[in-house]
Design a protein around this ligand. Structure first.
Ligand code: ZN
Length: 179
């Protein structure tokens, strides 16, 4: 009889099953992202679920707030406006630069992404959108800026973050430092 009791007590226990998505939790999610036209822009299908640290800006603000309070097994469909996503497209993020500025780059092509730096030394990506003889147009807007984003998300796991993950502001695989 004792053995039976042990099995009954043990069989429904799933670690973290009742833990909710909230600040300082490490979450694994599967997601599919579509644009307004219904095209799939990005997806974790066929790959590992995406890890992120909730409450630390690892994912866009609109998705972070939509997922707050959800739990393992939850599936959500969320539409996010640009201001809660990657922002509006900004005209002054588009710049013409002399092609001589890119002399170190082998072959500049439209669509190519280049790393740039702002005046504070923060790195960001720009996309080459136009090439003239001596001028190149680069766009510093995020490729998804100005778009309403439609996410389908499933929450795969939720755990407490390790102290080191909190101090770094991102997830370490298996809670271990590896970078
Ligand atoms: Zn780290």
């Amino acid at each position: 009889p004792l053995l039976t009791i042990v099995i009954v007590l043990g069989s429904f226990y799933i670690p973290g099953a009742n833990m909710k998505v909230g600040k300082d939790k490490v979450v694994l999610m599967h997601y599919t992202l579509k644009n307004d036209a219904g095209d799939v822009i990005d997806s974790s299908d066929g790959a590992d679920p995406l890890p992120f640290l909730q409450g630390h800006g690892n994912i866009i603000p609109g998705l972070e707030s939509a997922l707050e309070g959800s739990k393992v097994g939850d599936k959500l469909d969320v539409s996010i406006k640009p201001e809660e996503g990657y922002g509006e497209r900004m005209k002054d993020a588009i710049q013409e630069i002399p092609s001589s500025a890119l002399q170190g780059v082998d072959e500049v092509k439209v669509g190519m992404q280049l790393q740039s730096q702002d005046k504070d030394g923060n790195a960001f990506l720009v996309t080459v959108t136009k090439i003239d003889d001596d001028k190149i147009t680069v766009d510093g807007n995020h490729p998804l800026a100005g778009q309403t984003l439609h996410f389908s998300v499933s929450i795969e796991s939720v755990r407490k973050a390790e102290a080191e993950e909190l101090s770094h502001g991102h997830v370490h695989a298996d809670g271990q430092h590896h970078h």
